[in-house]
Design a protein around this ligand. Structure first.
Ligand SMILES: Cc1cc2nc3c(=O)[nH]c(=O)nc-3n(C[C@H](O)[C@H](O)[C@H](O)COP(=O)(O)OP(=O)(O)OC[C@H]3O[C@@H](n4cnc5c(N)ncnc54)[C@H](O)[C@@H]3O)c2cc1C
Length: 511
């Protein structure tokens, strides 16, 4: 770390971080390595928030995210703290990122090497390899224009707009393809509808519909195919555990099972507005110079600040929440060589699937099914001759649905589809040794995410993609935000970058 990034002697603040999600832990580590005194309050008994872990019998499951991209975000954070990330975490670049299955019987290995992937697409789908390579080159240009500016910097700090980076990117802004939908762009590149569907799926990486989200999100295939998709040895939960260890080494005090009930504020003397004084944990008031909320913006305002009328909250809530997920955790007694770590079984009508999720707010009748099997790379996650299946179906955010009947209905659809696709002698039903389910309502309750949205707001409009909540509160001095509901967005690497941005803003503000 550059010594000038440390808080000047005598100015290091005390900071309370609310929530040990990936954003909160990243902010805590960065602040502690700059010299701040940091306490993290986490209501659950483990770190990671959505990236949790649970064990059922002899099977271990990651509760949420599964595919890691942009590992250099982790490397940068550890490097900032003077640590080598490989001492804390083992990751492996996937040779096959995902196996795809279509209803017509087509199967495709999505290789993590662009040339090999393009050749596989040509062999299996008949789409010329050159089309895929041209597409990834187009995605690279979006990445080159947008990534550093939009993902690594605050969009609400004037320094960003005074930077050379901003002006150099501004002249190339047309390249980010924000004026048409992701689907329209993909359909213009490919003639095979299966390939369009494959690339349209990347809209779900931030909980959006490809028919509405801007084509700027086509940055994601570049990240996945060119920079690589990774698995973490020990499962994704090993990531928050690694962050927890690093934080502890830097002196961060992480308090599990402690829920922050209120962010305490007072009127600013001689100025309009409010400033934070600390947090209330049960009956205890803990003073702090700054507070970082890793809690969903839509929950922070009404519940932690008792502020229902905030302009920020109203603006934020005017955007549609992202989709949620219905997850089945199944310990399977049996082995399925057709499956790899990540697998997608596509539904037959993608447009109907997104109509169902966002317009009708019910789980699709013919959903795309994602199966993640970490025991393929971490054998200790399942017993011998067993596999730990994490099955995710995209689901609407909570809006009055009956989740008991929705999950029973979807479970049957999933079993039928798995039996038809995997073609085993026995039904999958009879091989389920351990079973759990997580509905959007459970996600909302466990991680306090508004309406169970996985990624904060969706990017279902041109503006929403750039309209996430700022990382510094415009209304409360000393209050900062990180996590998937804030800039730059949801998903593991972006949540971690939000922690970076929030910590840097605190550093600037205490200069
Ligand atoms: C099923 C599922 C699948 C996903 N798949 C992927 C994927 O494949 N790839 C990917 O990149 N992303 C994926 N995501 C999204 C990713 O998990 C999130 O975007 C990211 O982990 C969010 O991190 P966060 O910093 O917002 O914190 P969160 O995970 O939202 O954690 C917030 C923490 O704050 C705590 N908290 C809340 N209120 C309080 C309070 N008052 N006091 C104390 N603590 C409090 C909560 O308990 C929680 O631990 C998935 C998410 C889910 C649920």
């Amino acid at each position: 770390m550059n010594p000038s990034e440390r808080f000047p002697a005598g100015t290091a603040p005390s900071v309370a971080v609310v929530g040990a999600g990936l954003g909160g832990l990243s902010a805590a580590i960065r602040l502690a390595s700059m010299g701040a005194r940091v306490t993290v309050y986490e209501q659950q008994s483990l770190p990671g928030g959505k990236a949790g872990s649970e064990t059922r019998g002899a099977y271990r499951f990651d509760t949420g995210p599964s595919l890691l991209t942009m590992p250099y975000v982790i490397e940068e954070l550890f490097g900032h703290a003077g640590a080598d990330w490989t001492d804390y975490l083992q990751v492996e670049r996937l040779e096959v990122i995902c196996n795809y299955f279509w209803r017509d019987g087509t199967r495709l290995h999505a290789y993590g090497d662009p040339e090999r992937f393009a050749a596989e697409v040509e062999a299996k789908l008949g789409e010329p390899a050159g089309h895929v390579l041209a597409y990834l080159e187009y995605a690279r240009r979006i990445h080159e224009t947008a990534s550093e500016l939009f993902l690594w910097n605050s969009l609400h700090d004037r320094r960003t707009y005074l930077s050379r980076l901003f002006w150099s990117r501004l002249v190339r802004l047309g390249r980010i393809d924000a004026m048409r939908s992701m689907h329209a762009a993909n359909a213009s590149f490919f003639r095979d509808p299966r390939l369009v569907q494959l690339f349209d799926r990347y809209a779900t990486y931030n909980g959006s519909s490809p028919y509405k989200t801007p084509a700027t999100l086509n940055i994601i295939p570049f990240v996945e195919y060119v920079q690589g998709g990774y698995v973490v040895n020990g499962g994704i939960h090993a990531l928050p555990r690694a962050l927890e260890r690093l934080a502890a080494k830097l002196g961060v005090d992480i308090r599990y099972g402690e829920r922050v009930d209120r962010i305490v504020t007072e009127a600013q003397r001689g100025r309009r507005g409010w400033k934070v004084r600390g947090v209330e944990v049960g009956a205890t008031f803990v003073p702090a110079d700054a507070v970082v909320s890793n809690v969903d913006v839509s929950v922070t305002y009404p519940q932690l600040l008792a502020d229902e009328t905030s302009k920020q909250l109203r603006r934020y809530r005017s955007f549609e929440p992202s989709s949620s997920g219905l997850v089945f955790y199944w310990g399977i007694r049996g082995e399925f060589p057709l499956l790899t770590v990540n697998n997608i079984l596509f539904g037959s009508d993608y447009e109907a699937e997104f109509r169902s999720i966002f317009d009708e707010r019910r789980c699709p009748d013919d959903p795309t099914i994602y199966i993640n099997v970490t025991s393929k790379v971490t054998p200790s996650d399942a017993p011998n001759n067993g596999e730990n299946w994490f099955i995710l179906v995209n689901a609407p955010y909570v809006d009055g649905q009956d989740w008991a009947s929705e999950s029973a209905r979807v479970r049957e659809i999933v079993i039928r589809r798995l039996d038809a696709t995997l073609g085993g002698a026995r039904s999958v039903e009879g091989m389920i040794e351990e079973a759990g389910v997580m509905t959007p309502e459970d996600i909302a309750r466990r991680t306090m995410s508004y309406r169970g949205a996985l990624y904060g707001i969706s990017s279902n409009s041109r503006l929403a993609a750039f309209a996430r909540h700022p990382n510094r509160s415009p209304d409360y001095a000393g209050l900062y935000f990180c996590g998937g509901s804030t800039h730059p967005g949801g998903g593991m690497p972006l949540a971690m970058l939000s922690g970076r941005i929030a910590a840097n803003l605190i550093r600037y503000d205490h200069a």
